[in-house]
Ligand binder design. Structure first.
Ligand code: PMV
Length: 341
């Protein structure tokens, strides 16, 4: 069994000694069309299956890193965090992997431009931006694969947040995880849209991390998950290639609902859905019956993301209070890897 320090040592080795005054980077948030659900190694966040996502363009996290004098200092959206806060503790533990010597302290200034109301996970873009900012700060000049591996060890889905557009995270099979990283899919779909429907702002009752572990350990339905993913990845790649919204939407929707089915069947059972979630699902299915090609996906929470094409945007806005994101619209940001697509 490998630990994170050994993996970091493999990737960074002797590189980590020099420091710039400041490191800065942006990483986009992402939504999985085929979900990452279940780990084969919890220490390194190695997934049971591959997954596929779309990045949310300019929506994500900007992170700056500097050297601090006495203690680590974590600032989130302009507010200095108490060292006992869960987010600060998670970041500091991750930073422990990169200190040139134990007394080296970091100042991390992180800003999410994801509207707080959007109910989108920020841990993916957060850890991806942190790794990119560290890469800048220490002038490591790492490859996108190595950066993806480091981001994955912060939060699994962060492996996919280093790139724009459609992204495939291959599960890999090595015990050190050196073959488990994300790669961009070189296809643009300018009409593709994501609609974010925020049905609840409250903190989730159980972290995705915990729900994932309990599902793998106790849900008999989880046994069928790898076969579901194999089928869905093939279908999604075909759908993206052909810009086939029906195939893409139906596959992603079924994938998300299957993931929820595995957790509903776990013990203790986990149901993230609220009454509003169920009524919105019914509204979406009703719209489809009326001939509007709109599909949904959901992560470990009650909020819903819609998938559709630009030509039905007006209809979507008429029916739902949602923020519409165009993942392939041109953008300007600080991500040094945006040209790698
Ligand atoms: O990266 P984590 O540990 O927060 O897990 C993310 C899990 C899902 O959001 C439910 C699925 C995914 O692929 O993003």
């Amino acid at each position: 069994m490998w630990n994170k320090h050994q993996v970091v040592e493999q990737i960074i080795g002797k590189k980590k000694k020099q420091v710039k005054t400041k490191g800065k980077a942006f990483a986009p948030s992402n939504i999985a069309l085929c979900k990452y659900w279940g780990k084969r190694d919890a220490e390194l966040n190695l997934p049971v299956t591959s997954s596929l996502s779309v990045s949310l363009n300019h929506l994500g996290t900007v992170t700056e890193i500097m050297r601090a004098t006495e203690k680590d200092n974590i600032v989130l959206n302009g507010i200095e965090l108490d060292e006992h806060e869960t987010f600060a503790k998670r970041l500091v533990t991750f930073l422990d992997l990169y200190r040139p010597h134990p007394g080296f302290k970091f100042k991390v200034n992180t800003f999410n431009n994801i509207p707080t109301a959007a109910g989108l996970a920020s841990s993916a873009s957060g850890f991806a931006a942190l790794v990119l900012a560290l890469n800048d700060f220490f002038a490591w000049n790492l490859s996108i694969q190595h950066l993806s591996i480091l981001a994955r060890m912060g939060s699994g889905s962060a492996a996919r947040s280093l790139m724009h557009g459609f992204v495939l995270w291959q599960a890999g099979s090595r015990s050190d995880g050196m073959d488990s990283f994300a790669k961009p899919i070189d296809i643009e779909w300018p009409e593709f849209r994501i609609g974010v429907l925020t049905l609840s702002h409250s903190e989730k009752s159980k972290s995705s991390r915990q729900a994932m572990t309990e599902t793998v350990d106790t849900s008999i339905l989880y046994k069928s998950w790898p076969a579901q993913v194999n089928r869905d990845l093939d279908l999604l790649l075909t759908a993206i290639q052909n810009k086939d919204i029906q195939l893409c939407g139906e596959t992603a929707e079924q994938n998300a609902l299957s993931m929820h089915a595995t957790m509903i069947a776990s013990w203790p059972p986990m149901l993230y859905w609220l009454p509003e979630t169920v009524s919105t699902l019914n509204n979406i299915w009703e719209m489809r019956k009326q001939g509007i090609p709109v599909y949904l996906t959901m992560d470990a929470g009650p909020n819903i993301k819609l998938m559709f094409e630009k030509n039905v945007s007006a209809k979507i806005q008429e029916n739902f209070k949602c923020e519409i994101i165009a993942p392939f619209a041109s953008f300007s940001n600080l991500n040094p890897h945006k040209k790698e697509r």
